[in-house]
Design a protein around this ligand. Structure first.
Ligand code: HSE
Length: 305
């Protein structure tokens, strides 16, 4: 009988410009790891990383709690979390833990849940950090590749990204509020102009075709958001310069990664990703901000290891 499973789940970027709360892309850059073990009493979280270990305040804890309730698990569980994804920088950190938790629970209890059900459970974890459920990051982390999230009922469409797509992420070293996603959702407009919606919808549609046709140029030129990015960019010092520099260095499209403050560039492998990363770094340093840069490819999603 299996008594313990270990799952790795990747970080992700959400929105990809015009697809707020709808698009996600799993990134082969950082991973969270969860070992779920039967034993003891109740559900306990263990981690040597500086994360909340109270069940309700931890995205993985919330997922395990909900799944244990749903499947009437009587045995005690230990959730051992190893964080690899930087927390609070728009890289889907809470989602990676939530995704790993859902996939680990499924494997430990041999539930064989389908992708949508796993994403649904993983999404519950987002309550811990975002204060609301959204599925873009968790869907990418669970399923891998590029995802399109439809809700009510939840239905996630997954598309395998083109092999020649490369991402350059710049993670600024700035202080972020504890409930950063919640805070950066508060700056968003409640209503949008119909003409702005039309522009974003046209880009979102073109971006989807770009992924389906494996056309990096079309993906890059569709990373264009006139609703969310303008409302959030003031939270990222140097954003305009970082974006301008990256485009000048050969990026096809540049936007905020998820709720920020990381900035992500989309490029073809025929471009020079190092040059793009350096250009982004210079953009941040002109605003007096240091950053870490990562060059990566899409990830295949969560897996039992
Ligand atoms: N779509 C979400 C947002 C992602 O932009 O608020 C946050 O992780």
């Amino acid at each position: 009988m299996v008594e313990s499973v270990t799952v790795r789940a990747p970080c992700s970027t959400a929105n990809l410009g015009p697809g707020f709360d709808v698009f996600g892309l799993a990134l082969d850059a950082y991973y969270d790891q969860i070992q779920l073990e039967k034993g003891g009493k109740g559900i306990r979280i263990q981690s040597s990383d500086s994360i909340p270990i109270e069940l309700e305040k931890n995205s993985a804890g919330l997922v395990i709690k909900e799944m244990a309730k749903k499947y009437r698990v009587k045995t005690g569980l230990v959730v051992k979390i190893k964080k690899g994804v930087p927390t609070g920088f728009g890289m889907g950190s809470s989602a990676a833990s939530a995704a790993a938790a859902a996939v680990a629970f499924d494997a430990l209890f041999k539930l064989k849940l389908d992708g949508n059900s796993l994403v649904q459970y993983a999404g519950m974890g987002e309550m811990a950090s975002a204060g609301s459920v959204h599925y873009d990051n968790v869907a990418a982390s669970v399923l891998g590749g590029f995802v399109i999230v439809r809700t009510n009922p939840l239905d996630v469409i997954r598309v395998i990204p083109p092999k020649d797509l490369v991402l350059c992420v710049a993670i600024p070293k700035i202080p972020v509020p504890r409930k950063k996603t919640e805070a950066s959702r508060k700056v968003l407009p409640k209503l949008v102009k119909l003409s702005d919606h039309v522009k974003n919808l046209s880009n979102a549609s073109a971006l989807t075709v770009g992924f389906m046709e494996k056309n990096v140029n079309l993906i890059g030129s569709s990373i264009n958001d006139i609703i969310v990015e303008p409302a959030r960019k003031h939270l990222i010092p140097g954003f305009d310069r970082v974006k301008k520099n990256a485009l000048a260095a050969g990026a096809m499209g540049v936007t905020i990664s998820g709720a920020g403050p990381s900035v992500i560039s989309f490029a073809s492998t025929s471009a020079n990703p190092k040059k793009i990363s350096d250009a982004m770094k210079k953009g941040f340093s002109a605003a007096g901000v240091e950053c870490t840069t990562v060059i990566c490819k899409p990830s295949k999603g969560s897996a039992v290891v």
